[in-house]
Structure formats: C-alpha cells, structure tokens
Design a protein around this ligand. Structure first.
Ligand SMILES: Cc1cc2nc3c(=O)[nH]c(=O)nc-3n(C[C@H](O)[C@H](O)[C@H](O)COP(=O)(O)O)c2cc1C
Ligand SMILES: [Mn+2]
Length: 528
C-alpha cells in the first residue's frame, strides 16, 4: 500500500497511535533534539511539533521511522522480510518456459511497471503551491540546530537529486546540509557517494571542454580523482596545486534539487545503498507498489517528487568548497569540520503551511538505527546474488552501521570465510565495513551472546584475524588518514584440516532430543 505523501503518512501514523502532537512552544535549537533523543531512546512515537519558537504556523515532523513497527508501516509490510522475499522473487526470475510460466510472472512484471515514476504537470504538483524565485530565505523554515557544538543549523532529512552528466541517470541520496545563510548551504556528499561521482563527472566534462592545456588538464583530473565530493584535502599530497586548477572551473555548475518531506518510501529510498546506476525513483516505486509522481523543477533541469512538502532548487559551483561541520553525528561523536561543496539556491517551492521533516542523529539507538535495520534486511537478498553462501547478516546497532558486520556462511572450502570478507569489502557501500566476523551457518548472528561465544572460543587470534587496508567512512575519526585505513576480519568458523588445523575439533554441547522431550513433559509438575 502506498502513501500519497507525507500528510497521508502522518495521518496513518496518528490512526495507529504512532504519532504524538506536541503543543508546547519549543526552540528548534537543541530543545527539539533533547525531547526527540529521550523519545528515541525509549522507543517512543513519531513527533509533530506544532509550536516551534520563532516559526509560527510551522510544524516539525520527526522520528517517523523510529521503531520496527513504524519502519514496517512506512513500507506497508508486516515484517521487513516480506520485502526481502519480494526482492528475492524478482531477482530469481527465470526465463519463462511456456505460457503458464509467463502467466505466473505477470504479478512480478506488474511490480516492475509500478516502479517507473510518472511525470505530472506543475498544476497537479502540490509542491508548487508556493513558488519563490526571489526573496526567499531558508531561515523561513524551522531548521534545527541539533547539538550544542554543531556548526549551525542542519537540514537532516533531505532527498538530494542530481543527474550524472555522463549517463543522464538521476540519483537521490540523503546528504545533510548545513545552513550558511538564507540562500546557501553545505552539501555533505561524501566522496564515495553517487552524487560526489556526478560532481567529479561534471568536473571531468568541464575540464575536457575548457582546457586545452595538458598539465592543467592532468592536474584537475588528478585532483578530481584523488579527492571527490569534498574535492580538496588541505594536506593533500598535491598541495596547493588544486586551488589554481579549481579557479579555472569556476562558473561551471552541477544542478541540484532537494526534496524535504516526501512519502516515506521515497525518503527511505534516498538512504538505500543501491547500485549507482539504479535510479532511486525506481526503488521507491517498487517499495510503494505504485509509481512516484514527479514534476519538473522551475530553475533546473531536474525532477522532484511532486507531493513533497518543500523543494530547494539550485546548483553547486564546481571547485567551490567551504568548511562544513562540526556536526553531532550518528557515531555518537561530533564529525569535525571538513571542506565540502556549497549549494546555492535559485528557487524554493513548497506546499501551503509546509511540514518540515527532520531527524536527529547521535549516540545510538536513534531513528536511523531502524532505517539501518531495514537496509540490512532488504539488502540481504541483493548481497546473496554475489555471495550466495551467506546465510544471514547482522549489523549491531550499538556499533553504528558498517563498523561491525556479523555474517554466517555455509562453509564449503578452505579459506571460505576470508573469501566472504573480501567479497563484502568489495560490495558497494559495504566497502566501509570496519570489522567483519564470520561464523558457521549453525550460529545465529542475531543472537549476540552466541556470536561472542563462538568468537571467543573458536579463534587463535594470530591465525584467524586478518587485517587489510581500504576506503573508510568519512565519519571515522580513528583511521590513520581521513577516508583511508585498516579493516579487520575475524574468521570464527570451525577450522578444518585442509586449513592446517590438525587437532580434533570438539562438538558444541547439546542435550539429546529424547531427554528434552521427557523433561518437557515433566516440566509443568516440577514447580520450577
Ligand atoms: C539521516 C541520514 C543522514 C545521512 N547523512 C549523510 C551525509 O551527510 N553524507 C553522506 O554522504 N551520506 C549520508 N547518509 C548516508 C547516505 O544517505 C547513504 O549512504 C545513501 O546510500 C547515499 O546514496 P547514494 O548511494 O545514492 O549516494 C545519511 C543517511 C541517513 C539515514
Ligand atoms: Mn544512489
């Protein structure tokens, strides 16, 4: 079942007793965070703040995904496994053999066709109820300052739309935006994310067009390759050179549109680590089981969800960077300031009385823990396409997403656990996984005590721990360099003779079934 838009979703949450309206006057600076943090930590409801200090008539909607039940509701399922099953069925499609097979495929083909977005005219797009080309000011919206040492106010739940200058494909990613002033924000797409690659592709295209100078060309290309979304590293080995080169790019732009407050499937699609070539509009349509309605922007050649509450249109100027942060992040620490592109607004459109949708991140568990859980469940079938021996995975919330992945596998050959680690480190955003623990299939990775027992008992640390180097999440504050550092894999599977283990391996202790059954029958009378 599909929600038309954010308002339809809010209505449903209210009907299910999953929404609380807060009428007390509260400041968008820190106070809304403190309340939301307490509510998140106690598995409380979604919140609609109706009386935001300094923003009469505006509402802040927060914690919409903050429980397993709401995440299920958001995606219209009873359990996230239902979505995994739908994806598995789709991925397992075999070429039909005969009419009956073809008929059986019809529902899945129907699912596929609902994935394609539907363009609507501006007059049918609620996000165009108010169109402000001039005299707009971001401070009109109740944007939150989340934590005491944050560098300012941040838009925390934006669906950022860009188009790849090479392929023409659109991407939606959720990248936070620091408000610098009424017309500009930061654009915190990390260098490994899809929009950062669009940005680099725009740079490459611009350099190819504008520069006939060999060395300059090479320099900018090297810079684009080496850096990325945030394209200059202060202590980069190419030192001051990029700054000279960047000057030549000024004037070239990558267009960007940002939708805030969309239907929940579309918001969720913006965080899904989909393959770069897959448009999130397709994912949202598939998840909703109904096409996303999109509309052409006013000042840029991009399309946005037509029923969004707020749309910001504009561009980033290639080569322009500015300090972004600090920001109290989902790691539980502040991420420090770093250089990121700047988003310039050219137009703001919004619904009448727009509802401002936001989230708060911080020490887990927060709302995003549940989004992460949904990603984990939904991506399992996709992971199994390339790594079919995976039985289950678990990313414990306390470890903050990709810092720790527990994986159970059907071990079939010597070194299999290490093969799986390497495969995970090469799989899209799973590249960020800092620690991977691999166990045998009979260990339930959702059961942390069981995993700890296996790891502590099954490893000879020097033999079973593997270190490797690779890309690291930009938010990691411990790696030796920003974005680059080490990872650890722990092979906690049973070791085989073929792996050089010649001692006998003991069985796990388990009671036999007959005894269990006898005691089960006696149990109610034992007074225990
Ligand atoms: C609340 C929230 C905030 C996020 N903020 C950022 C961010 O500021 N920068 C970033 O690169 N990724 C951020 N992410 C993660 C990305 O949304 C995620 O990696 C997504 O898959 C990126 O889309 P892409 O693969 O199309 O680039 C955030 C995720 C959530 C749930
Ligand atoms: Mn994407």
């Amino acid at each position: 079942m599909a929600y038309d838009d954010l308002r339809d979703w809010i209505k449903t949450l209210e009907e299910h007793g999953e929404l609380k309206r807060i009428r007390a006057e509260l400041s968008p600076e820190l106070e809304i965070t403190e309340i939301t943090d307490r509510v998140s930590k106690s598995s409380g409801p979604a919140l609609l703040f109706e009386n935001v200090k300094g923003h009469p008539g505006h509402q802040v909607f927060i914690n919409q995904f903050g429980s397993e039940r709401r995440m299920d509701l958001a995606l219209g399922v009873n359990s996230l496994d239902a979505i995994s099953d739908r994806i598995s069925a789709l991925l397992n499609l075999k070429a039909p053999e005969g009419l009956l097979d073809k008929l059986k495929m019809l529902p899945q083909l129907g699912e596929l066709s609902s994935a394609f977005p539907k363009t609507v005219p501006s007059k049918n797009a609620p996000c165009k109820e108010m169109i402000r080309r001039d005299h707009f000011d971001l401070n009109y919206f109740p944007i939150l300052k989340c934590w005491p040492h944050d560098g300012g106010r941040f838009i925390t739940l934006p669906c950022v739309v860009t188009r790849d200058p090479r392929s023409g494909k659109r991407n939606i990613g959720m990248y936070r935006m620091q408000v610098y002033d009424g017309q500009t924000t930061g654009m915190h797409w990390q260098r490994q994310k899809v929009a950062a690659e669009h940005y680099r592709n725009a740079m490459r295209a611009s350099v190819a067009q504008n520069s006939s100078e060999g060395p300059l060309h090479a320099m900018v290309a090297a810079m684009a390759e080496s850096a990325g979304g945030a394209c200059a590293i202060p202590d980069s080995p190419i030192g001051g050179l990029p700054q000279i080169a960047l000057g030549n790019l000024r004037g070239s732009r990558l267009e960007v549109a940002v939708a805030i407050g969309t239907d929940p499937a579309t918001t969720f699609a913006a965080i899904v680590p989909a393959p770069p070539e897959v448009e999130e509009y397709l994912i949202a349509g598939f998840l909703r089981g109904s096409p996303v309605e999109i509309v052409q922007c006013e000042t840029v050649d991009l399309q946005v969800p037509a029923r969004a509450e707020i749309v910001l249109e504009g561009y980033v100027e290639l080569g322009e960077l500015r300090a972004e942060g600090p920001f109290g992040d989902h790691t539980g620490f502040y991420t420090l300031a770093d250089q990121y592109p700047v988003f310039h607004l050219t137009c703001v459109t919004h619904r009448r009385n727009p509802i401002y949708a936001a989230t708060i991140v911080g020490a887990p568990p927060m709302e995003d823990a549940w989004m992460g859980k949904a990603v984990e469940r939904i991506f399992l079938p996709a992971m199994r396409i390339s790594i079919p021996e995976i039985v289950d995975i678990h990313l414990p919330v306390e470890a903050v997403f990709h810092n720790l992945m527990l994986v159970s596998i059907r071990k079939s050959y010597p070194g299999h656990a290490r093969k799986v680690m390497n495969a995970i480190w090469s799989l899209g955003q799973a590249m960020f996984t800092k620690i991977i623990i691999v166990v045998d299939e009979d260990c339930d990775v959702q059961n942390i005590p069981e995993v700890v027992l296996r790891v502590a008992n099954n490893i000879d640390p020097e033999r079973d721990i593997q270190f490797t180097l690779g890309p690291i999440d930009s938010l990691d504050h411990a790696s030796r360099l920003p974005n680059y550092g080490s990872k650890m894999g722990i092979d906690a599977t049973r070791k085989w003779q073929a792996e050089g283990f010649t001692r006998p391996w003991p069985d796990l202790i388990e009671m036999d079934r007959a005894t269990k059954a006898r005691i089960d029958a006696l149990w109610p009378n034992l007074g225990l």
